[in-house]
Design a protein around this ligand. Structure first.
Ligand code: GLA
Length: 382
């Protein structure tokens, strides 16, 4: 956790409010493999990282709630008595959404003060939004003694995103951020929300993230469109979700759907298989196999599911051309954000040195490497 950030948030809280806050750290996440499978009831393989959101939060002595987004230097006042989604509300909707969804479940929260800030860049595909939602629901649960379980909290966070932010996300991000375990990735069955922790030990290899520093617009609507396409085909097949389909099942309805939709649902079925195969590769210590699966995942995300972009494809192509990288793919919802790479230990710097100027030349912008440490999920700091 970032001590500097913690001190900054605590200081800013003290400058604005007289109440004593509790401090919550809520991490962002990476995902080794299993992309766009969560809302199809499938498998994902995420891990929480040591970067995320720190929130200072207290009850308010007044009849108003005050939220301060430290990084953006923005302040918003509202009352918990009348909460609804704001048009163009950005970060405000994550907070309002959590309050609204807690209330929908029949719980009462009073007004509160919150100051939050983070050290994962917005749009990096590392789920700063789930980290924020989780910090708010976790903080309110503590302050108002709601007695919510972590499981209940993540579904509140997810509903906030659906109903206030307008992204019909799955449960991966909220789960990973809340339940993350130091040094472990979680093979999560998104139907049962039961996870198996795997010690992350890539032997001669390590993880490297490279941020494209782009987030293309329309990502949210493209996300919702893909989810709707998956649900449409699941309905055609008369199954609950694509997790229940095989490639042979998809062939049965191929002539009833467009070629684009067929490729998309085929990707989901294959990606779900890849996520499970990845866990087997990890058990067998077969890191090369894991790398192959990760390249396969990118190929599907790029060509079948069509959620990649030129910047991500460029970085993955350079990884493929390097002897030191055995797997790379885009991570998260897509249309920008980071690639995740499995790189030979000690070779990450050299790879970044090679890639960065080429990226700059091609796109006239910087890409940024991140070394990540796998960390515990949402918790109270003080
Ligand atoms: C976003 C969503 C997740 C998941 C990923 C893609 O991060 O919030 O629920 O669907 O995209 O795997």
């Amino acid at each position: 956790m970032n001590i500097e950030l913690k001190n900054k948030i605590a200081k800013e809280f003290a400058e604005n409010f007289t109440e004593e806050p509790i401090l919550i750290f809520s991490p962002g996440r990476i995902n080794v493999i299993g992309e766009h499978t969560d809302y199809n009831d499938g498998f994902v393989f995420p891990a929480a990282v040591d970067k995320g959101i720190i929130a200072a939060i207290s009850k308010s002595a007044h009849s108003v709630s005050v939220a301060i987004a430290s990084d953006l230097e923005e302040k918003y006042e509202f009352s918990v008595d009348s909460v609804s989604p704001l048009k163009g509300g950005n970060w405000r909707n994550y907070i309002l959404g959590v309050v609204g969804e807690i209330q929908k479940k029949g719980f009462k929260v009073g007004n509160f003060n919150i100051v939050f800030g983070g050290d994962i860049p917005n749009g990096s595909g590392m789920s700063s939004s789930a980290a924020l939602e989780n910090s708010v629901v976790f903080g309110l649960n503590e302050l108002f003694e709601l007695g919510l379980t972590k499981e209940e909290m993540i579904f509140i966070s997810q509903k906030a995103e659906h109903n206030y932010v307008g992204v019909n996300c799955g449960i991966m991000d909220q789960y990973a951020s809340m339940f993350g375990q130091k040094d472990h990735a979680l093979l999560l069955d998104c139907r049962t929300t039961v996870a198996t922790p795997f010690l992350i030990d890539f032997k001669d290899y390590e993880l490297l993230l490279i941020n494209t520093n782009v987030k293309h617009s329309l990502a949210d609507s493209a996300y919702n469109d893909r989810r709707a396409a998956c649900e449409k085909v699941a309905a055609l097949l008369n199954i609950k979700a694509l997790r229940d389909a095989t490639e042979a099942d998809l062939l049965k309805v191929k002539d009833q759907i467009s070629e684009e939709d067929y490729q998309k649902v085929l990707f989901v079925v294959q990606e779900n298989n890849r996520a499970q195969a990845a866990s087997e590769a990890m058990i067998a210590n077969d890191i090369e196999k894991l790398g192959e699966l990760i390249y396969g995942s990118h190929d599907g995300l790029q060509n079948q599911y069509k959620v990649s972009c030129d910047e991500l494809d460029f970085l993955v192509d350079l990884a493929k051309n390097s002897d030191d990288v055995i797997g790379a793919r885009m991570m998260g919802g897509g249309f920008g954000g980071c690639t995740i790479n499995i790189v030979k230990k000690g070779k990450a710097d050299a790879f970044v040195k090679k890639v960065a100027p080429l990226y700059k030349l091609k796109f006239n912008k910087e890409c940024s490497p991140y070394a990540v440490n796998i960390a515990d999920g949402t918790h109270k700091i003080v």
